[in-house]
Every structure is written in C-alpha cells, then in structure tokens.
Design a protein around this ligand. Structure first.
Ligand SMILES: *Cc1c(COP(=O)(O)O)cnc(C)c1O
Ligand SMILES: [Zn+2]
Length: 412
C-alpha cells in the first residue's frame, strides 16, 4: 500500500512537492506539513494486518512514512515500552496511569523517531551535512543518525545550558559542536538563516519530515492501549513539535477509519518557560514569546516555540488543555517515578507526570481518568549532583558502625 504525499502550508494551504527543499511557505512564511493522500479510501484492515506481522519499531508503520525504501537510516528506533504504573497512579491521583518510555530509544529520547526519518530524507535529497540547534537531545540524536548515514553533523547548543550526558553523546557521535552564549532561541534563528543552502539540511522540528517520524508515537499508543478504553495523553512541551506530531498521528488514524475518538492531549511546560501553556490557559490565539526562559528541565527551556501553531491546533482539536509546573514539582515527580516504579527519566519528562498531578488537583482532569504520560528521555542524560549529595547516601566507618544494624534499621 502506498500513499502519495505533498508538503502543504498550515496557514494558506499552498502545496509543494515532497522533494522540494523547503522549510517555510514561500507565499506566507508559515510552517509546512506533510499531507498523505488517499487515507480515507484505504483498506485499513489490510494495513493493520501488515503492521501486526512486522517488528515493533517505527518502520512497522512504513506505509504512513512517505520515503523511498532505499534511503532509510535506522537504529531500531520506536517500539518503546508502555508501562502500567499503579503506585505512581496513586501518587498522581488518577484511576490508572501508563508511562510511554521514550527513553528506550537508541540515543535515549523520542528525538530518534524524527531523526530516523529526517536523516533518511537528507540521504534521499543527496545532502552532505545536517545541522540543528538543540537543547541537547536533538543534537545527540541527529549526530548518531548522521554517523549511521555517513553524513557530517553540525550542532549549535546554548553554552553552559545543556545537560552533560547530552553534550557527551553529541561529541562522541562526532558532531562539530558550537556553543552559543545567546541561548537556544538565537541558535535556532542562526540555523534557519541557512535555509537555502544546497549541501546542508536543517533538522530542527521546523522540518516537516521529523514530525513524520515522531507521529508514530500515536500509532504505537493506539496499538498498545486497549482502544476500547478512553485515555488522555500528557506530553512535555518545549518547541511544540512532539505534541503536534502526536496529534498528526492520531488524526491520520481517524482519517484511515481505524480510530473513532482520539485522546485529549495535554501539553505540560515548566513555570519558567511556559509561553505555550500561558496561551492555552488564558484562551489566547497567539503566542507571546519569552526572552529569558528558565527551568532545570533544560530540554524544555525554550521561550519561542517554533511549532506553536501546530500545537495549538493539537490541543484545541483534541479538546485537551495545558499546565505549567514548578521545578520543585518536576524534581519530585522525577523521584517518584524512579523510586516507585523503577523508571528513570530526565526532568523534562517528569513534567508530564507533575502536570497530570496538578491538573487532577485543580479539578481540570477527572480522578477517574486513564492517563498516559510520555516520558520523553532517560535519566542518564541529565545526572543531578545535588541528588547524589543529598539523601540516602550513608557513609560509614567499618570499625565503628555495625552495618548489619544499619540495614536492619532501613528495612524497619
Ligand atoms: C525535545 C524534548 C522535549 C520537548 O519536545 P518539543 O517537540 O520540543 O516540544 C521534551 N522532553 C525531552 C526529553 C526532549 O528531548
Ligand atoms: Zn502559506
């Protein structure tokens, strides 16, 4: 089964060919998206049968990812586990809770979904190099996939504002790494000035092909959740790409006639970097950028989210909502999911859990809801030295202390 694809402007509807190298509409300057043709007439039963016969990875859904088969660059991304977490559900205050653990992707975050497709597209277009601005996970992922494809990778990161694990990965995979004092938003502006370069392909989430990879999150959740049961999805929001991608995935399932009622999507931001959440909470239709975003959740420390229009549509059309959570609440949620369930996530990911907890507390989400939190990245990305210096590390002197007694006391 094969679907034709075009690029289309999300504002004025102008169409472009799927092999045009273009990031913004030439007529109105707005974002583009990939549109698949003929979904509503497709034999969706046949499609689902074919999916179920394949390995559980992103490329299981290859019919809905309109790329030539010869250019595919894959490290076995996608196919991440969905955990049912009952102890965490009680802590959060909902009837049932699931965690979609995107930290299980090859470089430890959901960015690998988008990069597998984005770097494949770079290969298909005959590019020599790929570039991105990044708060860390995009650069880790792009560098790995560029290496897997034999392409050069160039990365702009905010100087001193990127988690050590992510910087380590980016450099290890061999990317040429530039640290910019002016922060992420300026780094992205700089990268976008290269939009008409022949050799370099831009792989920030303004690139519509990345969203094509990331939308597979919705296909997997659809297969993993019992779709008889209604659920909501909570997603941490930075540049607004992932929540937009999830909604695109669900919309395609609806257009295929596979799904009747897609879930409500909740976008969660950190209090110090919440332009998107503020827009939703106050019912505004335009985003007011933030000059100096600040939060310990560095992956979502973004003041001017480029995909906000797509994300606004995702939240409104799905009848979802948004929340902003404090850094304290984020750290608390990070500890809770790790200590109660054995799942290690980075701070930005924990925001999705803190967000559901807050929405329930404020009565904006029903206690009887079934919720899925998207844990976007793994804990090892962003080790927290304060935590190590803090609590349950007990240093003892063998001569004076009786270790067996200490252990007895701990067990209680
Ligand atoms: C990129 C990222 C986000 C934010 O996703 P956007 O698409 O920028 O909204 C959240 N969590 C982690 C771990 C990320 O790497
Ligand atoms: Zn346009």
């Amino acid at each position: 089964m094969h679907f034709g694809a075009r690029l289309a402007c999300i504002s004025c509807g102008q169409h472009y060919g799927s092999d045009e190298i273009i990031y913004f509409c030439r007529r109105c300057g707005d974002l583009l998206e990939v549109r698949l043709e003929g979904l509503d007439g497709a034999d969706s039963d046949k499609l689902r049968r074919e999916w179920s016969g394949r390995k559980f990875t992103l490329w299981r859904y290859r019919e809905l990812i309109p790329l030539g088969q010869n250019s595919i660059v894959s490290l076995n991304e996608g196919g991440t586990p969905l955990y049912r977490v009952d102890r965490l559900a009680r802590w959060v205050g909902v009837k049932r809770l699931y965690v979609k653990f995107e930290g299980a992707n090859p470089t430890g975050s959901f960015k690998d979904r988008g990069m597998s497709v984005g770097v494949s597209k770079a290969v298909e277009l005959g590019k020599k190099a790929v570039i991105c601005a990044s708060t860390g996970n995009t650069s880790s992922s792009m560098s790995a996939y560029a290496a897997a494809a034999g392409l050069k990778a160039i990365v702009l990161v905010p100087s001193g504002k990127i988690a050590i694990g992510k910087l380590f990965q980016t450099i290890l995979y061999g990317a040429y790494t530039i640290a910019l004092r002016e922060g992420f938003d300026k780094a992205l502006d700089t990268v976008l000035t290269l939009h008409d370069s022949k050799d370099i392909y831009i792989l920030n989430s303004v690139n519509a092909w990345r969203i094509e990879g990331q939308k597979t999150l919705a296909f997997e959740l659809f297969e993993q959740m019992n779709h008889e049961e209604e659920y909501v999805v909570s997603i941490p929001v930075g540049n607004c790409g992932n929540i937009a991608a999830a909604w695109k995935g669900y919309t395609e399932l609806v257009n295929l006639g596979i799904l009747d009622k897609p879930p409500r999507l909740f976008g969660i931001q950190a209090e110090g970097a919440s332009p998107f959440a503020d827009m939703i909470i106050h019912g505004r239709n335009t985003l007011e950028p933030l000059k100096q975003p600040s939060t310990i959740a560095s992956a979502i420390r973004i003041g001017k989210p480029v995909n906000w229009k797509k994300a606004l549509r995702a939240v409104r059309e799905s009848e979802g909502f948004a929340a902003k959570v404090s850094d304290n609440a984020i750290v608390e949620a990070q500890r809770a999911i790790a200590a109660l369930e054995g799942i290690g996530v980075e701070p930005a990911s924990a925001a999705s859990i803190a967000g559901v907890r807050k929405l329930v507390n404020e009565g904006k989400l029903d206690k009887d809801a079934v919720a899925v939190c998207v844990a976007t990245g793994t804990a090892l990305k962003d080790p927290n030295p304060e935590l190590v210096q803090g609590l349950p590390l007990i240093e003892v002197d063998l001569q004076k202390e009786n270790i067996v007694n200490i252990i007895r006391r701990v067990i209680g």
